[in-house]
Design a protein around this ligand. Sequence first.
Ligand code: GTP
Ligand code: MG
Length: 339
Amino acid sequence: MRFIDEAEILVRAGKGGHGCVSFRREKFIPKGGPDGGCGGKGGDVYLRASNKLLTLYDFRLKRVYQAENGQPGMGKQKDGRAGQDLIVDVPVGTLVYEIIDEQGHEELLVDLSEHGQTVLVAKGGKGGKGNMYFKSPTNQAPRYAQPGLPGEEKRLHLELKLIADVGLLGLPNAGKSTFLAAISAAKPKIAPYPFTTLVPNLGVIADEHGQKMVIADIPGLIEGAHLGLGLGDRFLKHVERTRFLLHILSVEEVNLQDLSTIEHGFELLTKELQSFNPLLAQKEQIKVINKIDLLSEEQLSFLQQYAQERGIYLISALYGQGISELVEHLWQKLRRERA
Ligand SMILES: Nc1nc2c(ncn2[C@@H]2O[C@H](COP(=O)(O)OP(=O)(O)OP(=O)(O)O)[C@@H](O)[C@H]2O)c(=O)[nH]1
Ligand SMILES: [Mg+2]
């Protein structure tokens, strides 16, 4: 399935049913009074956040969402049935904007950030009153009833911004997806070439108390992503709503003869974040150097000292070295933030 994070849809609530004009007609009652019932209310349209969906792909295929109309009123004082409401599921993290004019101006209606959160987006029209309600001392036989009212109709712009606790950041091939696969049940595509991950993935891990940590893996960024190089920076919005970033640098990008290459390696993408959204660049980063299995023992102990002084984690996502310490650190941070 394709990952789609923008869509435009039309939601249309049901029309109210018309009220009924009718008179009681029975064999032995020559002049029965008015007995037309009311029309039923039109169905409402709701949007509901669901963690079963991960993209807005469905909304590219189907664009119009319409709730059922109310049924008209009937004779013998019977009201029409109300139209059924329509509940449309969208992924958790969907921002719902109403497009308010032809120029495309929009207003944020709601941020559906929690599973199950439901919002009314189009209200069904009221049913019309039947003629029995218009009987009065001066008009014993009203020949009119109210029409049903139209339902609301809105053009909505849906924008998905994933919600996760941790966002993975790194150059293509750094080992982000390998790390996600090592710690969670997610099965991202992993391969020895850049841009293996083409769309964001979420992975979830749980601790012994059932607490969950959601991790977002996004396609690798390269220098100049904000100018559209590589896959560009359009996926960065999916780490905007994380608590912190896990910035992964591969030892392949580092020259151990010149340790400033480590600092520069981390700065490179932080600059890209800055160009995309300065707030994102200020987000706390946990720095990680991956693929330490490629180092000799000597190189490793040399790097260890440097890393320890700077709070950088050294791991091998492929062979599991350093992973449990890093994950424990993530849990500790997360528990502190949630408390
Ligand atoms: N030796 C070694 N190789 C690793 C390690 N982690 C990842 N790799 C390899 O590096 C390559 C890239 O890994 P991915 O996890 O796909 O990298 P990525 O950062 O998700 O890359 P993109 O999706 O392209 O951004 C794969 O061939 C992995 O097997 C590691 O710790 N050690
Ligand atoms: Mg990947």
